[in-house]
Design a protein around this ligand. Structure first.
Ligand code: SAH
Ligand code: DHB
Ligand code: MG
Length: 224
């Protein structure tokens, strides 16, 4: 089994489960035209995020790592009228592309993209007295995951769902001696999440058009 097969199967599943969508197609095309890295979640993963938000009856979503807004649009489309999504992005250029894609999707009134390092935006959100979020998607720099998890918990309540992308990283995460800062960040994230008494959590490996990686899922069972 190799990447070619994983991509072939992802195309097969995408054709079945993810109907062609002009807005998402344009989002990917505009992101590519703007030379953004091709690292957004895959179509089936985007739909998984969408379904998780729907299943949860989510009204408030926090995303950490916007890129061109592909996952943002999948998530925001699951919100009921009056719902809100805040997405945090370091790179002002990524945020601009995302805002334009979000506007094309008709979601400009639902989505707020905030520019800056998430490690600064998160405490600011908390200081503003932001209401707890129902779903938090962590997908920014991997060194930051431990800190983002800490803030995600602060910004949660009982019943919130926390999802994190890229938690396997080609298997690099299983190497206890890794010196790679991203792998170290993800390992620390797993250790914190597994030891956290206020959540019930798991992580699964995934393969597909985005290679070999994984998702973590946590359910907040007690008020943080
Ligand atoms: N969630 C997106 C992909 C995000 S890629 C999707 O699936 O469509 C990771 C993003 O995190 C990049 O746009 C990168 O600029 C951003 N990022 C990196 N470091 C960051 C930081 N310290 N704070 C906020 N965002 C950051
Ligand atoms: C990278 C970041 C991501 O969020 C992702 O899904 C894949 C790769 C990266 O920084 O390389
Ligand atoms: Mg990712």
């Amino acid at each position: 089994m190799d990447d070619e097969k994983w991509s072939e199967v992802d195309r097969y599943l995408t054709d079945l489960y993810v109907p062609d969508d002009p807005v998402l197609r344009a989002t990917l095309a505009e992101s590519a035209a703007a030379k953004l890295p091709d690292i957004q979640v895959s179509p089936p993963q985007g739909k998984l995020l969408h379904l998780l938000a729907q299943i949860r009856g989510t009204r408030r979503i926090l995303e950490i790592g916007t890129l061109g807004g592909y996952s943002t649009i999948w998530l925001a489309r699951a919100l009921p009228p009056g719902g809100h999504l805040i997405s945090l992005e370091l790179d002002a250029r990524h945020a601009e592309v995302a805002r334009s894609n979000v506007a094309r999707a008709g979601l400009a009134h639902v989505v707020e993209v905030r520019v800056g390092p998430a490690a600064e935006s998160l405490p600011r959100l908390a200081a503003e007295g932001a209401e707890p979020f129902d779903l938090i998607f962590i997908d920014a720099d991997k060194q930051g995951y431990p800190e983002y998890l800490t803030w995600a918990l602060k910004l949660s309540r009982r019943g919130s769902v926390i999802v994190a992308d890229n938690v396997v990283r080609d298997g690099g995460v299983a190497d206890p001696n890794t010196t790679d800062p991203s792998n170290r960040g993800i390992r620390r994230f797993h250790e914190m999440l597994a030891a956290e008494s206020r959540v019930s959590a798991t992580a699964i490996q995934t393969v597909g058009s985005k290679g070999y990686d994984g998702f973590a899922l946590a359910f907040v069972t007690r008020d943080p």
